[in-house]
Design a protein around this ligand. Structure first.
Ligand SMILES: Cc1ncc(COP(=O)(O)O)c(C=O)c1O
Length: 288
């Protein structure tokens, strides 16, 4: 952080009346020095969450970092939720929060939605872990194909697994090795390209392109075409700052990949919620 940023002042924003309802928003420190303000905010946060601190210590004994989903971690320890309804979360220390995260867009219907809870209960009553083909998967697959304009669908347990399978299928079918992804792209725990490639990434031979840079990406595709199995990207770069792709960039990718027989993979784990048929359906240039 630059010296100028360090010397920025904080305004005292405390609103004691709202303290109980919106604890995080009202823990703004009164110090004018940024480092001291941060230390003060952290001390306030810890002091108000003794049960959370104790449970975090227990969690650390059985999970690395006390956490099993990296994105939910924040120092010194994340809030720990007891229950949730609609847009409201309650933590184990008795604080209430308004949820603006919305499970990173997956929590579209709010927490504990009764219709969803009933559908899950009905499905469980039908049978748990059947280990055989059944009627409901056909009905579900038909609906997914109809809505997302797909020919065929294969269900997976996670977005990471779906992307790993899509890349593996592209490599098998094209008999080529390389994978093009975007700087800042996130396609799962083993496919993460925020600062180059993550050390725990799957060992694919990856080429990174710059999102929305039409000329440089087209040149890279031309240069690597004979070895390139697939290009994987989100139609909106979610983890990289929610940057929508320009229609021209997507059009170029569609044309270049089609021309060279490269598989174009749209990861819509996040953007499928942006339009009834996924984000891809909302831009005419991407319907192919
Ligand atoms: C764009 C994108 N791809 C893939 C994934 C990985 O999905 P999962 O966490 O289900 O493995 C995510 C998860 O947030 C995602 O946002």
């Amino acid at each position: 952080m630059s010296q100028a940023a360090h010397s920025l002042s904080w305004l005292p924003l405390r609103n004691h009346a709202a303290d109980a309802k919106f604890p995080l928003m009202n823990e703004a420190p009164i110090s004018l020095n940024l480092d001291a303000a941060l230390a003060e905010a952290e001390a306030n946060f810890v002091a108000k969450r003794p049960k959370t601190a104790a449970l975090h210590d227990r969690a650390k004994a059985v999970m690395p970092g006390g956490n099993t989903r990296t994105v939910l971690y924040s120092a010194p320890f994340p809030i720990r939720i007891e229950r949730a309804e609609g847009a409201i979360l309650h933590d184990i220390d008795g604080h209430t929060y308004t949820d603006f995260v919305g499970e990173y867009s997956a929590g579209l219907y709010g927490h504990s939605n009764p219709l969803i809870a009933k559908a899950v209960a009905d499905a469980m009553a039908f049978g748990v872990n059947i280990g055989a083909q059944h009627v409901r998967e056909v009905v579900f697959a038909e609906e997914v194909c109809r809505r997302f304009h797909l020919d065929l669908v294969r269900f997976t347990n996670s977005g990471t697994e779906a992307n790993m399978m899509a890349i593996a299928a592209a490599r098998c079918h094209t008999r080529r090795k390389k994978v093009m992804a975007m700087h800042g792209g996130y396609h799962g725990g083993t496919l993460y390209f925020a600062h180059g490639a993550s050390p725990v990434n799957a060992p694919f031979d990856v080429i990174l392109a710059r999102y929305n840079d039409i000329e440089a990406t087209a040149e890279l595709i031309e240069a690597e075409a004979s070895d390139l199995a697939c290009v994987i990207l989100e139609p909106m770069l979610g983890g990289g700052g929610c940057i929508p792709a320009s229609p021209e960039f997507l059009q170029m990718l569609r044309e270049r990949t089609k021309h060279h027989g490269i598989v174009l993979i749209f990861d819509e784990v996040m953007t499928s919620r942006l339009a009834p048929g996924g984000y891809r359906s909302s831009t005419a240039s991407n319907r192919t």
